[in-house]
Design a protein around this ligand. Sequence first.
Ligand code: IPM
Ligand code: MN
Length: 372
Amino acid sequence: MSNRKYKVAALAGDGIGPEVIREALKVLRATEDKFGFQLDVTQAPVGWAGIDEAGKALPDDTLKLCRSSDSILFGSVGLPDRDPTIPKEERPERAALLALRKEFGLFANLRPVRLPTELAHACPLKAERQGEGIDMLVVRELTGGMYFGQPKTTETLDNGETQAIDTMVYSTSEIERIARVAFKSAQLRHKHLTSIDKANVLENGVLWRDVVSKVAADYPKVTVEHMFVDNAAMQLLLKPTQFDVVLCENMFGDILSDEAAALAGSLGMLPSASLGVTNGEKTFGFYEPAGGTAPDIAGKDLANPIAQILSAAMMLRHSFGENEAADAIDKGVGSAIAQGLRTGDIFNAEDPQARQVGTTEMGDSISAAVST
Ligand code: IPM
Ligand code: MN
């Protein structure tokens, strides 16, 4: 029996979370048998499911499980229509998602955006703008900037007005460590890095540009370009093929990664990894699809499980170093797409090769491809 054993906390959360996690676990089981490692998976509630089962979005037992695990496979949390009266600090987005990012120091968020040629129809850009295919990696800083900077308050002023304050803070070391993640990723890809900032207006932007330029000296094979965030938003639509690795602070990365995601046809295709510092050989990671809970289609076998399945592959790669198994999942997804299997979000009725399938059938097919 293999001594490669990994402990995974599986937190399905709300909406489509449970059904897409189910398919990802199915595919993971197939890799386990084939590549000879063992996954010790424990499921626990989070989000509204946590509130319903244990009174809070991140129940104590769930947090305890995460602390004793090697990684977290996460579904999605947040249901906009549930109880608008619950205080904002207790809502799943803040109390579970942001809390977990902070708790585990998950400063590096990797969001690969890829438009497979078979899905060119799902991209909102004309074919000539898609070039040879869209393929970029957004590297987003995840534990700093305006999301966490203090002060963060809403106050009533003497004149009766209400004033809200969010603070953008970055220190050199925070910029440097995320820049190194981006440069290392670029070295493994097409060796081009676009660093995003707003150095023409923000102090943070000036520091960001300065630190990234200094770090660049350690990665001479990578070409660096600095781009203002507003221009980057435009360039993503005009010429998305110019990007390889895109490095952003937290808020800019949030916005640009959604824009980039739209280019890949469907949020249902986009995985993500959020990584903490590497300790010896081990990198604790949090793996979640970029899309949300999609409550309108939840429980109907309509959701696209691919983002969750690719997130599981990222977990095998980045936290466990099981690269062959991760490659097998990536290939399995590619072959399901090549065979014409499409969930509703990526279905094109005019494509004679395409066949619309449900969440379960997509998962079955990918898991079968992994096993063979
Ligand atoms: C994301 C999400 C989160 C974020 C929300 C749900 C807090 O939009 O992961 O991109 O803003 O980071
Ligand atoms: Mn977002």
